[in-house]
Structure formats: structure tokens, C-alpha cells
Design a protein around this ligand. Structure first.
Ligand code: ZN
Length: 450
């Protein structure tokens, strides 16, 4: 078979796609809460390289720059009645730990692409762009408008996604659905479950932080009094640690267990299958299974920062503890603050709210969800698509303001070790897994209904 101009052999186009991811992983787009510490030249370079790697996309799609380096593309479809938004972010977290292959090398070794951002989230970004580029080369017109929203400061809760939402609102765009990072084709998702689970986040926990603060007189360490600021703060922390909020199993988790049932360990299958009826039992089992499954059942409190006096021989005039709170769907920021107040039960402990985010609304499992399920079934026939509650925060939470259906899913096979490498060391993505991801985005766009 001879290939027409614009067509490439599959092997060539696969190599091309991998080379693009390598090139973009090599550019260290590390974000920082302090804008002064951001290497803006790296971000400039990233956008130039992206334009070089995806010339057709850049030529044919309308581009709006958002924030410093955020991108919002519109690909006009046959209809703009039910637009969709595909999201990713181009920034990464700093490198830590000792890596088998340098974090910004983008090396391909034994069928694996190594580097910071391969999973979070340049893998998705490049797979989306590659899917669009190939469809454009084949002159495919999507049935609906497709928007691509690429943030530049997701890892530091920056304003890029907020501004993209503002821009869409200004233009009167009400997305049919929004798809962002979050889930995956997860193997070893649950002990004893053999099949990979294609987890699609329907909601995410709300990240809220408070500071517990106790003031006192301070003074010389040779003449301490009882129940000074540090002791009072310590008592408050212990009280909070001893009294967690009530656990429960929300509906996406119930559905996750129901779907895992046929693949679960034999003795647990009836429990999984009847998760809806056995919710209290399931909740207790998750809590007993350790901190990770436990976090699926309730709002969590982690005391992260602590401060007192700066000197060994000085009594603290102020003692402070930062508490990072992940709010479970069903609880609200106000519920959480009431809980903290009542269990600390000490009006000398001030509670300062540092950031407040409610959990995201639960997206419905209707036609858009079914489209995701069907395309997962085509590309990953061994996987079980399922809803779940995401534990971490994504930029997509801002899109819940303009869209009812916000889903968190990256179409990549990930082992437990790979999931643990996110924000840690040795982040890597299989070449085949990446190419499946490209194919999945292509299929998703091609399957958009008229
Ligand atoms: Zn991310």
C-alpha cells in the first residue's frame, strides 16, 4: 500500500508521537507559588516547542492565551450545541528523590518513557494534541466543538483554570462535558482485584486548610506556667486526632465496588455486589484496611506545619499548627469548621481559615459518562470502567461552575508503582500505554454524537 501525502505508516507516526512527548518532558516547566521563582523562559520555550511539534493544530485551531502561559484552543465542530472541553496542564512539580533516569531526560528505555510530567500531566497534554493533529491531517471535523484547555499553574493552585472558565463563560460556552486528569486504567486498584479498573472521577474532595493558633505572654524558659500556648495547642491537636468526622460510603464508591464484584476475591464478592445494602459494613472494612482506603470514607485532617518559639530558651508567645483538610462529598467547609470548634472545645484556640474549597458536586452517569465507558471498552477491553471519588484536587473543579458533567480520567495504564511515582521520583509512562492513550482521545473525538 502506498501512503498519500499527509499519511504516515503506523510505526512512523508512533515514533513521531513518542518523540514529541520526549521533547516536551525535557523542558522543565516547574511551577511555584512565588511567581518570582518561576523560570518563565522554560514556559516560553515549552509553548514554542508545542507549536513546532503540532503545526496543524496551531494553524487550524483558534487560540486564546490565558494567564501567563495557559492555552485555550477552540476546534470548531459541525455543531456548537454540545461542546466538550479536554483539559491538561503543562506545569510540573519539582524534582525530588533519586531517579533511575534523570527527571528531565525524557529517555526511552525498554519501552518506557521516563521523566517528570510523563504521567502528570504532559502525557495527557501530548496525547490530546497528537490525537487532534492526526484527526486534522485526515480532515476530520468533530461533530461538536472541541475546546482544549491547558493550564500553566495547576500544581500551585494558580489562576489559569479560573481564567479559562471566565473566558468560556464570557463566550457563552456551556460544555456538555469536561474531561481532565485524575483517573486512569489502574491495575492493582484494590487488593485481590485482578482486572484493571478504568476509574473515572465523578467528584473530588475539597481542599481546605486552617491554622490553629494560641497566643500567650511568652517570656523566659526558666519560668514556665502550665498550659502555655504550646501545651494548649498540643492538646487541641490530640483532640482533633482522636475525633475524626463520621465515615460513610458515597454513591460513586458503592458503584465502584459493585462493578469490581465479579473481579474481586471470591469471599468478598457478595459484599462488593451488595455494597449499597451493606454500606455500614463496607465503610468499616475500608476504615480497617488502612489510611488510603480509609480516606475514601471520610473527611481527613492532617496536621502538617507546626511552629512555636524560634529559640530553645524562649517560651512561645504564639504557637501555630497548620491543618490540611480533605473534605468528603456530603460534608461542607462549615461542617468541618463546626467539627474542629466542637472537638477542640477551647476558645483560646483560634481557628484561622487559610483556604476554603468545598468538595465538587457529583457528576451524573448519563450519556457523556456512557461515551467514556464505551471508548474505554474499545481501547482497553480488559478494563472495568467505573466511577470513583478522587482524593486529590485538579483544575477541573473550577469547571463545575459552568458544567454539570466534569470527569477526571487519563487514558493510560498505570500500575500502583506508577501512581505512587506521581509527585515523587521515577515518574514514567509505558510507550504502548501512551500510544493507547493517543488512540483513546482520537476515538473519543470521533465518537462525539451529532
Ligand atoms: Zn496534575
Amino acid at each position: 500500500m502506498t501512503l498519500r501525502e499527509g499519511q504516515r505508516s503506523p510505526a512512523r507516526s508512533h515514533e513521531r508521537a513518542v518523540a514529541k512527548l520526549q521533547a516536551l518532558v525535557r523542558i522543565p516547566t516547574v511551577s511555584d507559588r512565588d511567581p518570582g521563582l518561576v523560570d518563565t523562559a522554560a514556559f516560553d520555550l515549552f509553548l514554542e516547542e508545542l507549536a513546532r511539534q503540532f503545526p496543524v493544530l496551531h494553524e487550524r485551531l483558534e487560540l486564546t492565551r490565558v494567564d501567563t502561559h495557559g492555552l485555550l484552543f477552540r476546534w470548531p465542530g459541525a455543531s456548537s450545541a454540545r461542546p466538550v472541553v479536554l483539559m491538561a496542564h503543562l506545569d510540573v512539580v519539582p524534582v525530588e528523590g533519586t531517579w533511575q533516569h534523570p527527571a528531565f531526560s525524557g529517555e526511552v528505555v525498554d519501552g518506557v518513557i521516563w521523566g517528570r510530567g510523563t504521567l502528570d500531566d504532559k502525557g495527557s497534554l501530548v496525547a490530546i494534541c497528537e490525537a487532534v493533529e492526526s484527526l486534522l491531517e485526515r480532515d476530520v471535523v468533530p461533530a461538536q466543538d472541541v475546546w482544549l484547555s491547558f493550564g500553566c499553574n495547576e500544581e500551585v493552585s494558580g489562576s489559569s483554570a479560573v481564567l479559562a472558565v471566565e473566558e468560556l463563560r464570557r463566550r457563552g460556552v456551556e460544555p456538555w462535558f469536561v474531561l481532565d486528569e485524575g483517573g486512569a486504567i489502574a491495575s492493582e486498584a484494590f487488593p485481590g482485584v485482578k482486572a484493571p479498573i478504568g476509574v473515572i472521577g465523578l467528584t473530588e474532595k475539597g481542599v481546605t486548610s486552617v491554622e490553629l493558633r494560641v497566643e500567650g505572654r511568652g517570656g523566659h524558659a526558666s519560668t514556665p506556667s502550665r498550659m502555655g500556648p504550646t501545651a494548649r495547642l498540643a492538646r487541641a491537636i490530640v483532640r482533633l486526632d482522636r475525633s475524626p468526622m463520621a465515615p460513610r460510603t458515597p454513591s460513586p464508591t458503592v458503584e465502584l465496588f459493585r462493578r469490581m464484584a465479579p473481579h474481586g476475591p471470591l469471599p468478598l464478592r457478595p459484599v462488593f455486589a451488595n455494597a449499597a445494602r451493606l454500606k455500614p459494613l463496607l465503610t468499616r472494612a475500608l476504615l480497617a484496611a488502612g489510611p488510603e482506603p480509609g480516606a475514601m470514607t471520610r473527611t481527613t485532617f492532617a496536621v502538617t506545619t507546626l511552629s512555636g518559639s524560634p529559640a530553645l530558651n524562649v517560651i512561645a508567645a504564639t504557637a501555630k499548627a497548620g491543618v490540611n483538610i480533605r473534605i468528603m462529598v456530603g460534608d461542607t467547609v462549615n461542617d468541618v469548621l463546626d467539627h474542629v470548634r466542637s472537638v477542640v472545645a477551647d476558645d483560646q484556640v483560634h481557628i484561622d481559615v487559610v483556604e476554603r474549597n468545598e468538595p465538587s458536586p457529583v457528576s451524573p452517569m448519563d450519556d457523556a459518562f456512557e461515551l467514556l465507558e464505551a471508548t474505554i471498552g474499545e481501547v482497553f477491553p480488559d478494563a472495568v470502567p467505573s466511577p470513583y471519588v478522587m482524593m486529590a484536587a485538579t483544575d477541573s473543579r473550577f469547571f463545575t461552575e459552568i458544567c454539570e458533567r466534569v470527569y477526571r480520567f487519563a487514558p493510560f495504564r498505570m500500575t500502583k508503582a506508577q501512581r505512587e511515582a506521581i509527585h515523587s521520583f521515577d515518574e514514567h509512562l509505558g510507550v504502548e500505554a501512551f500510544l493507547d492513550g493517543v488512540r483513546w482521545y482520537e476515538l473519543l473525538i470521533e465518537r462525539l454524537p451529532r
